[in-house]
Design a protein around this ligand. Structure first.
Ligand SMILES: *Cc1c(COP(=O)(O)O)cnc(C)c1O
Length: 371
């Protein structure tokens, strides 16, 4: 099966094969492996030894995002959230349920926020200490200008939390050049092409130390993850880890480096996105975003206007042809989501477009353009 979904992504056979072992997480053969993964991942974020720490947490991306919010935004404090898609809404819910005050900055979901919009919102409310932003909005497919917005946040003396879950590894990010960032968060899955199971936050150490006691949760306290590393070593865990997924992630990182790292992965995904965007139009369908706003992670497409079109029937027809696309959408208008990330290459996209044409014909969908 070819997974064209924005997570969990298609992985390489070597990565999946690495799962097939039993490992004790505290085994002296494994702890250096884990410590090495933490260092490698910190390096990918532009983090510097002694200044930045890689603080992992077991579980899904939402968990590491919640941990970053709880650790760095004090209870009752204000967090400006750039709202241009469904993952921002999710971040808002995580923050509100943790007792943080969300100030929404609503932006249409078919373009990125401008640094000026963020600056104006921050100037209007001096009580806002933090900005939360989604780097790649996996709802619509847009990319927010994280370096540009970060510069505005920095100039106004505020702090930032970046959800880079669907961006990290493909879109550039450099923590050393963005000192306003308290945490950039991402997972083992998505653009680093590992298996799901663990999230990472890369954070400035002085901020982690200054924020001890904020979290109001033991499980979600990144300063406790840091304290544990100091006490028990960087190869240690607080709770049982998805140790096989970590071991496989080490293999995925090696493949990532061998492929050429971030620029090469970005180029591959961008080519996937370009082929999809073009091919979708050639099929008579209409992409949700104009090409100028289209990010390289996911292409969202309007559902055909044909009355006979049912998303789940289309998903099943594609599945019979070996292709899996997302079974839900989260834009205001009915759309379908096709991922460009994972171990997916130009020929896979060409095949998927061919399969989509066949599936539309099989289902008798004639009115395809939603415009
Ligand atoms: C996938 C994703 C997440 C996390 O999803 P989980 O299902 O919790 O792993 C968070 N933010 C963005 C932008 C994502 O694409």
């Amino acid at each position: 099966m070819l997974l064209l979904i924005p997570g969990p992504v298609q992985t390489r056979p070597e990565v999946r094969a690495a799962m097939a072992v039993d490992i004790a997480p505290w085994d002296r053969d494994f702890t250096p492996e884990y410590a090495g993964i933490r260092e490698a991942v910190r390096g990918l974020a532009g983090g510097i030894a002694g200044r930045h720490a890689c603080l992992p947490l077991q579980g899904a991306g939402h968990f590491i995002t919640e941990a970053a919010i709880r650790t760095f935004v004090p209870a009752g404090a204000k967090l400006l959230l750039v709202m241009n898609g469904t993952y921002a809404e999710r971040m808002a819910r995580l923050a509100r349920e943790a007792g943080r005050v969300v100030v929404p900055l609503v932006v249409p979901d078919d373009r990125s926020v401008t640094p000026a919009e963020v600056a104006a919102a921050l100037e209007a409310d001096p009580e806002i200490g933090h900005v939360g932003i989604i780097y790649s909005e996996t709802g619509s497919g847009i990319v927010n200008d994280v370096p540009g917005v970060g510069a505005a946040v920095r100039a106004l003396g505020r702090r930032m939390i970046v959800d880079a879950v669907s961006a990290f590894g493909a879109l550039p990010f450099n923590l050393a050049e963005q000192p306003e960032v308290d945490a950039v968060v991402f997972t083992s899955n998505k653009c680093l092409e590992g298996l799901p199971g663990i999230g990472f936050a890369i954070c400035p150490i002085d901020r982690v130390e200054a924020c001890a006691g904020n979290a109001g949760s033991w499980s979600f306290d990144l300063s406790d993850v840091y304290a544990t590393a100091l006490r028990a070593g960087w190869g240690s865990f607080r709770f049982t880890p998805p140790v096989q997924a970590l071991h496989a992630f080490g293999v995925a990182l090696k493949i990532y480096q061998e492929e050429g790292g971030q620029p090469v992965r970005l180029a591959r995904y961008r080519e996937n996105a370009r082929l999809l965007h073009e091919g979708i139009i050639a099929l008579g369908l209409r992409p949700y975003l104009d090409w100028q706003h289209q990010g390289p992670i996911i292409v969202t497409v309007y559902q055909p206007r044909d009355e006979g079109f049912v998303l789940m029937d289309f998903v099943e027809a594609l599945k019979r042809r070996g292709v899996m696309i997302s079974n839900f959408y989260n834009t205001p208008a009915p759309t379908m989501r096709i991922g460009c990330i994972g171990d997916v290459h130009a020929d896979d996209i060409r095949y998927a477009l061919h399969a989509m044409g066949e599936a539309l014909d099989e289902l008798g969908i004639k009115r395809r353009n939603a415009a």
